[in-house]
Design a protein around this ligand. Structure first.
Ligand code: ADP
Ligand code: ZN
Length: 515
């Protein structure tokens, strides 16, 4: 086990940094202690060091499983430039190139070996001849069909722990809700993994949501006071990116489109141009930005509603990596919601996708601090409002919501967290339908105590409670409402809470529909 001095020395020598970021050192210690680890850190948080640095000090090879063949070369080139012996193996190489790498591995010339999950089975014979000291699984959420970026090849990775039972595994991801995290550990056979959850708070990013009417005018207006700042506009369709580029160019902006329909050469040109500040604005579909390490992106706009909070958070996270103030703007339109619902309905796990979309919509509709919602989605509860989102800057009218919250939370508690929102509202309102009566909910003590509040108002109040972290939706258990650690404060400590006046919702809805 290396001492702290040695770790710092290696950090400086190979990576040029003077100190560790929060959690990095603790994670590295845990790797050296032989634990399996699950690291959840936002994009740009500094996950790579957590396996690259141990790789340098461990006796054998560190295998790095990474899904993005296109990025492997860049990653390996970066390491080589720092004097770190690294190589990659994937399907883009010739047999000779691969043979070359096998030879280097056998003669212990390689410390870090990047592999695509698809290539693992070919490597089996090679792996049995070498000492594997650490197995790093990057973008680990790809293993879970509950995550937002499922890759079938990842499901084979569970075998690694059986094959190398004594070798520690470190799985890393930027985006995983609680259920996905558990799924990752189960599938990788690392159920005792130490979980390291870094803060997802990116206080330098301002958050703003606006109704999606006259989006182009709004964007041009938004850009007027940022003439030289570079940024990304995410769109749902290729067509929209092209249309936007044309409009922006006609207004004198330096903008380019980026999507999967553009040929490879042109795409890398756009990417290079953006990195080198010769392209100011990129209008892109979701594919853009993966693996781009550009620190001075000053703003990110979502022209369309993203399909889930994970994706949204990852995309806005590409702004302000240098820590300087940066703006994000999301346009919210019900037409987008309908479109995304259609997509979700044709996807494999439609229920989960729809529930996630619902959560995204609730975020956009919210009248409470948006950062609280984002962070609570990732399991991080903050007590104070952020002061850097549109709701905090321009707060709606609030009412004392303590009694409303007590009624809702005690109902959820009494039915043992076994029902989704709709049934909870039915119970609160004393509905006499088959769901409530068949299960005997008329005998629940709170049955009917919320008769005075209309069904759709209850819905809005409960969404606010979810957004403030007092309730959560168990996506993987039929969307049942669950209590959180904050719920106790309301139920047992009589904490007071505020809820937004419902007329405010009506205003927002109206604005979103009128477009
Ligand atoms: P992630 O994989 O979590 O998205 P990276 O590992 O790519 O993040 O790191 C993001 C950026 O932070 C990179 O530019 C990296 O060089 C830098 N970085 C990582 N660790 C440190 C550190 N301890 N001190 C300073 N910069 C760091
Ligand atoms: Zn806020």
């Amino acid at each position: 086990m290396p001492d702290p001095q040695q770790l710092l020395h290696t950090l400086k020598e190979y990576f040029g940094y003077d100190s560790f970021r929060p959690l990095q050192e603790k994670i590295i210690d845990s790797v050296f202690s032989g634990n399996d680890n699950l690291v959840i850190m936002p994009t740009g948080g500094g996950k790579s060091i957590c396996f690259q640095l141990p790789a340098l000090l461990l006796p054998g090879v560190t295998l790095v499983i990474s899904p993005l063949i296109a990025l492997m070369k860049d990653q390996v080139d970066g390491l080589l430039a720092n004097g770190i012996q690294a190589a990659f193996i994937n399907s883009s190489q010739t047999e000779n190139e691969q043979q070359d790498i096998y030879t280097k591995i056998s003669s212990k010339e390689i410390k870090l070996l990047y592999i695509a999950p698809e290539s693992l089975s070919f490597l089996d014979a090679v792996l049995s001849q070498i000492e594997v000291s650490l197995i790093a699984i990057d973008e680990a959420h790809c293993i879970s069909s509950w995550g937002h970026d499922f890759r079938p090849a990842y499901t084979q990775l569970g075998y690694l722990k059986n094959r190398f039972p004594k070798t520690p595994v470190i799985a890393l991801t930027a985006t995983a809700d609680k259920a996905t995290r558990q799924d990752i550990c189960n599938q990788l056979n690392i159920i005792d993994a130490k979980q390291h959850l870094a803060s997802f708070d990116r206080a330098n990013l301002s958050l703003e949501v606006r109704p999606g009417n006259k989006r182009i005018e709004q964007i041009i207006d938004f850009l007027k006071d940022k003439p030289n700042d570079c940024g990304i506009i995410y769109c749902l369709s290729r067509k929209t990116t092209e249309m936007l580029v044309e409009k922006l160019k006609s207004q004198g902006f330096n903008a380019e489109a980026y999507h999967a329909g553009i040929d490879h050469h042109k795409r890398s040109q756009v990417q290079e141009g953006f990195i080198n500040d010769t392209v100011q604005i990129v209008c892109a579909t979701v594919a853009f930005g993966m693996g781009i390490d550009k620190s001075n992106v000053r703003w990110v706009i979502h022209y369309n509603l993203p399909k889930n909070i994970e994706g949204y958070y990852q995309e806005i996270g590409r702004a302000g990596r240098d820590g300087l103030p940066s703006s994000t703007l999301l346009f919210h339109s019900y037409a987008d919601v309908v479109q995304l619902q259609k997509f979700a309905n044709t996807s494999g796990n439609q229920e989960v996708q729809l529930a996630k979309l619902d959560r995204m919509k609730q975020y956009a509709d919210s009248l409470s601090c948006r950062r609280k919602i984002l962070l609570s989605y990732f399991g991080e509860l903050i007590e104070e409002d952020c002061g850097n989102c549109d709701v905090c800057k321009n707060p709606p009218l609030f009412i004392d919501g303590t009694i409303i919250a007590q009624k809702a939370l005690s109902t959820v508690a009494r039915i043992k967290e076994q029902e989704p929102m709709g049934t909870v509202i039915d119970i609160l309102r004393g509905a006499q339908n088959t769901t409530t009566l068949d299960k005997g909910y008329q005998n629940v003590k709170t049955y009917g105590i919320g008769k005075d509040i209309a069904w759709k108002d209850w819905q809005q109040y409960i969404i606010q409670l979810i957004n403030q972290g007092y309730l959560e939706i168990a996506f993987h258990q039929n969307n049942k409402l669950k209590l959180t650690t904050l719920s106790k404060k309301i139920l047992f400590d009589s904490e007071k809470i505020s809820l937004a006046h419902l007329q405010e919702f009506e205003k927002i809805k109206q604005a979103n529909i009128e477009q």
